[in-house]
Ligand binder design. Structure first.
Ligand SMILES: [Zn+2]
Length: 309
């Protein structure tokens, strides 16, 4: 090949496009999926409800289309649990779990997001009784799908397990079931990355909580994300700080209790938290796209830096 200006320019263009496509998620699909998962038709995705099973079918289709592997029949870990407050047993809760093998390691990064929400409840002043749970946690679920797609196409060094969890709103039940009956020895897990509420924050801030217990994780994330949008903050993870401590606030809790290091990505509570107004119209689409790309960047850095043996 002759080294002409034209050739050099097309090589440069290729490199630029490669860079642009190589390290970002499919934002169009991300927005379509959060919109579907938080639509009124899914009626708030409460565990055991028809809307919850519609959400599950949608995630199943996505995992199949991506071509994820799995260790479960039809990607589904079924489990039951008792709900003391409602005095009833939920028999048909389901986690949806896909897998991508690692390029150079059998060690695992487990990426989680709960897809259930609180269902239908007390109407607000506008008469809306559907708790759509767009931020909580259609946002984490749609991000989980895009991360799974990315890592299926761009094979990671570590193996990765992608788990869309059920029953979070009734006490982290899906995460408890997964940790209790995990398909690998638990000491094969190097990290749990959990996403719960990542689509809006007026101050442009996203938290990576949990590094208090593993400061080396913070060092990796700080050098991967300096000057990022949104700003990545650390904290909400010191013991004995009451509600300011998020260590048991979402599905990373059962992993923490099993001595697995975790990073929890989430925002501080907002006015629409656990209200019918936590709807698609009230997320911040640009914040959300940027946050998921930031989480991808963090995951790539962690995949590079964490031990492979
Ligand atoms: Zn949540």
């Amino acid at each position: 090949m002759q080294l002409t200006i034209k050739n050099i320019l097309s090589c440069l263009l290729f490199l630029v496009l490669f860079q642009a496509n190589g390290q970002s998620i499919d934002d169009k699909s991300l927005i379509e999926n959060i919109k579907f998962l938080s639509t009124d038709g899914l009626k708030g995705r409460k565990t055991g409800s028809e809307g919850n099973s519609k959400a599950r079918d949608f995630i199943l289709d996505q995992f199949k289309n991506i071509g994820l592997e799995t260790h479960y029949a039809d990607y589904q870990q079924k489990f039951s649990f008792g709900n003391k407050r409602e005095k009833k047993t939920y028999e048909n809760a389901v986690n949806i779990i896909g897998f991508v093998a690692g390029n150079s390691s059998k060690k695992l990064i487990v990426i989680t997001a709960h897809y259930d929400h609180v269902g239908i409840g007390k109407p607000n002043s506008e008469g809306d009784s559907i708790y759509n749970g767009a931020d909580d946690n259609a946002s984490g679920t749609a991000a989980l799908i895009e991360l799974a797609k990315y890592f299926k196409e761009n094979r990671p060094e570590h193996a990765m397990l992608f788990a869309a969890l059920d029953g979070e709103e009734m006490g982290l039940q899906g995460a408890k079931a997964l940790v209790k009956d995990f398909p690998f020895p638990m000491d094969q897990i190097v990290l749990n990355i959990n996403m719960d509420m990542i689509s809006r924050n007026e101050k442009g801030e996203l938290y990576a909580s949990g590094t208090y217990y593993n400061p080396s994780l913070r060092t990796i994330l700080e050098s991967a994300t300096s000057g990022s949008t949104p700003r990545l903050l650390f904290g909400h993870d010191k013991p004995n700080t009451g509600s300011d401590n998020w260590t048991q606030s979402s599905d990373h809790g059962p992993f923490f209790n099993a001595n697995v290091p975790h990073i929890y990505f989430g925002v501080e509570d907002h006015d629409d938290y656990h209200k019918p107004s936590d709807s698609f119209e009230n997320i911040d689409q640009q914040f959300y796209i940027d946050a998921v790309n930031l989480i991808l960047k963090c995951t790539l850095a962690l995949d590079t830096e964490l031990p492979k043996e």
